[in-house]
Structures are given as structure tokens and as C-alpha cells.
Design a protein around this ligand. Sequence first.
Ligand code: SAM
Ligand code: SF4
Ligand code: SF4
Length: 401
Amino acid sequence: MSKLRESKSLKQNQRVAKNKAHLQHPLIRHRINEVKYNIDQILLGGFSPRRFCLMPFVNIILEPNGSVGLCRHKGTEHSLGNLQENTWQEIWNGEFAQRWRSEFLTGEVSICERETKDQGCNLCPQLGKMFPENPKELQVQMERPLRLTANFNGFCNLRCQMCDVWELPNGFYTEDNFWKPARETLFPHLKEIDMLSGEPFLQSDTFKLIDEVSALNPTCQWSITTNAHWKLSPKIKKALDKIQVKNLILSVDSFDPDTYHKIRKPGDLNRVLQTIESLRHYEKERIDRGLSPLHMNLNFLIQKDNWREIPQALSFCLDRNIHPFITFCYRPQEHSLLELKTTKRRQILEHLLKTLTWDEICLSHRVLSPLIDSLPPLDKALALDTMKQTKNAYEMEHPCD
Ligand SMILES: C[S@@+](CC[C@H](N)C(=O)[O-])C[C@H]1O[C@@H](n2cnc3c(N)ncnc32)[C@H](O)[C@@H]1O
Ligand code: SF4
Ligand code: SF4
């Protein structure tokens, strides 16, 4: 065999091995089943998976400045009202919330048109389990939220280039305007808490919320999103010991120390990698003590500085049994790939489609979809054709997948 053919066949074998490792990884298999379950629930409810999302029927988000929303994916600016003027109950069933739900009930989606089309966040596997047994309970007015996204304070130890949350205020939520009423009207009924904020593990409100809710509602499931730019201290372990962790979501965005430092400024990648290792040890200990796993996910937000790192991010995660979540930066525009000239976007897409394996393509659909969508019709057709060929080659290699 010639050297070139030998190296080509070696590359092909490596690609096959990589494909197997990624799409057949138990975490990915499990996630695909969860998405399927959510889709089944949507269909059973008589809705279309392309035009329905349960989020605004079950979730409320409280922002550091008192602003109230229904979904974290819409960003901090998507406000439905403010606790300085209204109660959360008034906002929960206010005019905007009703319109949002009505769009999903009728399938005429405008508020979340882009998200349902490009991001597929409406199919979020987390949501399947929140469906009511009787879909008729889904109405424009809902009794109360079952899920709280707690974004209480802006305080953070990093100042990421694409984030504005660290600039938001601190200390808005007081005993009178939140904690006291929440103990009666909110905490006992919650099925899930989704903790965000600036950096949750550096804020006393996080520890307070864990103490209060775990005492009142011990079966509540927690998702916590963190920069992991801290040391896993006995205080943090003690707090985590009190709760059932649905997901611990680590936001990393680069595995190159300089790029990490630039995006997540003035962060130190080593600090984060050490914390991830400590969390993996702590998870083992937890499971041995009969507590829930941490179900770690890793958010990797693709932007101008890091779009080449997709394969590395996927391998880092799957090698460590961490679920990879490759997402796309739309805002602010200056960091988004969508701000680049058409020629540059075309080059990036071509590079990705040429170098990514089919499994990497599948796990990067949130990036490829808006890129393809942003190009003229001929480029779109070419991109879809290239993807089809990569898929066909994969299917020939893995006929049973
Ligand atoms: C605001 S942070 C708060 C939690 C924590 N400090 C962290 O970084 O994970 C929550 C999530 O928002 C993401 N994020 C920040 N800026 C974003 C943007 N412009 N577009 C999309 N996601 C963004 C972060 O990467 C992170 O995963
Ligand atoms: S479609 Fe996406 S952005 Fe819209 S409510 Fe659902 S999860 Fe949120
Ligand atoms: S660590 Fe999180 S909250 Fe802090 S600046 Fe970065 S993305 Fe924003």
C-alpha cells in the first residue's frame, strides 16, 4: 500500500473509531432518548414538535434587577415585567405571557420563531418530564410555575467578553419582596430549580436557597450553571450534599489557555480544569453515599475566537463522561460568527464541513444551522449536499446505528 493510501486508510479508521465513540457514547444515546421522549410528549399533547415549547407554561426566571421572564434562552433583555411594579403572579399571567403561550397552543410561533427553527431549545430533554398528564391543563393562564430559574445577583469573578450579567445589580431580593412570600407560594410547589446568576457558587443567596428549599421540598431537582472558576470547598460540597442534582452545567468556551483567558477574562483555564477533576472525584464519593450523580454538562459557546475547537471540546467532554453542549453566540453581534462577511462565513462553514466527522456534525447542529441559514441559496444547497454525503458514508460504515 502506498504511504498516501496507508495514511488515508489510517485516517478513515480513526474517523470510524471517533464516530463510534461519539454517537454511541451512552451519554449521547441517553440524551437522544430524552429528546425523543419530549417529542413524544409534545405529539401526545396534540402539538407540533417544530412549533411548541413547554417552557413558558412551567418556568419563571427572576433577574438581578427584579425583571421577570419565562425562559433563560431569551436572554436578560427579554423582560415581561418587573417586581418593582408588579407581583410575579401578575406577570406570570400577564398579557405578554398569555400571548407567548397562545402562540405555542395555536402553533403560530413568532416570539420563538428563530429558537424553534435553529436552536431546537423547545425540544430540550429536560422539559419532557414536566408535561402534565392531561395536556388540556396547558392554557394561556397557568396556575403557578413548576420551575424557577433563579438569577438573583450579577456578582461574578469573571467578566466574559460576550456576557453582560456580571454588570447587573446585587441584593434586589429581600425578605419582604421575595423570601417570605416565596416560602409559601413558590418553594413547596417547585419541581425544579435552575440556578444561574453571575457566579452562583460565589453568592450567599445560592446557599440560602439551597438551605431553604431542601428543607421544605427535598425532592426538588436542581440544575446549576457555573463557570467552575473556584475551588471545590467543604462549604460547596456540604451545600451540594443537600440537593438532588439534575445537572451541573460547566461553562468553559475554550481549552486553549490564552483563548480561555481572552473570552472568559481574566480567567485561568487551569483553575477550571482542576475544579472539574475535583467535581468528578466528589461525584464518585456522592454516588457511594447513595446521593444523585452530578450529571455534568459542559456549555461551549461558539464565537469568533473559538469556532475551530469543536472537535477538542467534544472529545474532552465525552472522555470524561460529561455531556457536551455546543451552542452558538448570537448576541452581542461583535462576537458572533454571523457578524462576519459572507465570504468568511462561507469559508468557516466549508472548513467545518470538510473537517468534522458525521458525529461531530450532529453534535454541532446549533452552530451549523444558523451559519448555513445565513448564506445565499446556492451555498445552502452545497452545504446540505456535503452533509448528506458525510451522512451516507457514515451510514454505510454503521448500518445498524
Ligand atoms: C450568564 S452565565 C451564569 C452562570 C455562570 N457564571 C457561568 O458562566 O456558567 C450562564 C450561561 O450563559 C452563557 N452566556 C453568557 N453570555 C452569553 C451570550 N452572549 N450568549 C449565549 N450564552 C451566553 C454562559 O456561557 C453560561 O453558560
Ligand atoms: S423555544 Fe427556546 S427560547 Fe422559546 S421558550 Fe422555548 S426554550 Fe425558551
Ligand atoms: S462567568 Fe458567567 S456570569 Fe460571569 S461573566 Fe462569564 S458568563 Fe457571565
